[in-house]
Design a binder for this molecule. Sequence first.
Ligand SMILES: [Cu+2]
Length: 366
Amino acid sequence: MTQLHGVAIRNVSGLLVVALALGAAPSLKHATAPVQITVKLSEWKVALSETTVPAGTVTFSITNAGSIPHGFEVEGRGIEKEIAVIQPGASDTLTLTLEPATYEVYCPVGEDSHKKLGMETHLKVLGARSSGSSGYGESAMSETHEARATVQSIRVTGSGPVIQILPGPFPFPDSAAPILKQFGDEREGLESQVKDGPYSNNVVPSAGTFSFTAWDKGAVRDSVDGLAEFTTQDGARWKLVLDRVQTKDVPHHPRFGGVILGLYYHGVTQVHTPLVPTINSAVALWAFGHLYKNDQLVTDNAMVHVMLLSRTRRDGDFALACWDCSKNKIEELQLQILPGPGEPKLAAPGGFLFLNWEKSSSRKAS
Ligand SMILES: [Cu+2]
């Protein structure tokens, strides 16, 4: 009901704006009543109450309805304005005078990581005389189409020393603690991983190969193709055939539509677990795979997390070397394999497989 009511009011005020504009001299085109836009920020969306407004003064009333801090920025036509980061549950306003153009509206937190995770939308500001179906609107629309059609892809090859990471304590518990507090329902599971999780200094040498190609095609069409073959410290031979990407999100663990290129996350960022140092990644993905042990099928639903990321481990003993590793060279290739939903733990220490190829590389794929 409220929704319908809102639409009706908007239509009426929209008509009033057009009527005033037609009657006014061109120099008075900004003299219309200020436009109010309600903005709701959440993981991982920026929702605007209006996406097309007339030129002039626009006041954004911004609420952070999410569970982590977010920001708000409007960019376009020479304007680049942002508010201070707002805490969950808090609100702020931003008033701008906007000329006709299409503006990018997004959350700038985390070196644009939140933007890449979906916190981005557009606001179309129309000239007072060109409201309605002008050619302007159509050209803006086709631009958006072209941008979405661009497929990005990456080919990653694992090389250098291969290590298997065994369960153990996380080496930076004090740094992770304040961030863990904000993880709500996910906190309990993560706290047990602080004591005995996969992000430990307990590593053993391994051997094997891993390469894959990933395609970033938007929310639901991402795909992946790859093969890993390796031997664990118990002598078992494992083979993983990547099958398809996972897209289902949980609040702090966006699956990125499966594949994401160029993300700054983990650690201090509140995106994914803070039990991995803060890093940049060339590619990160979640996928399902077929897992074999000594040539026997273990599962067709292995849950796989892959990242080509900033180096986090030091040469020699491969201990985690930094809480913030985001400035390090991107060359560590991580492969984590967990059982499928509802399936028993894998026959490996801790019930998971976690391998790193320490000096890996990537190139653009075709
Ligand atoms: Cu944000």
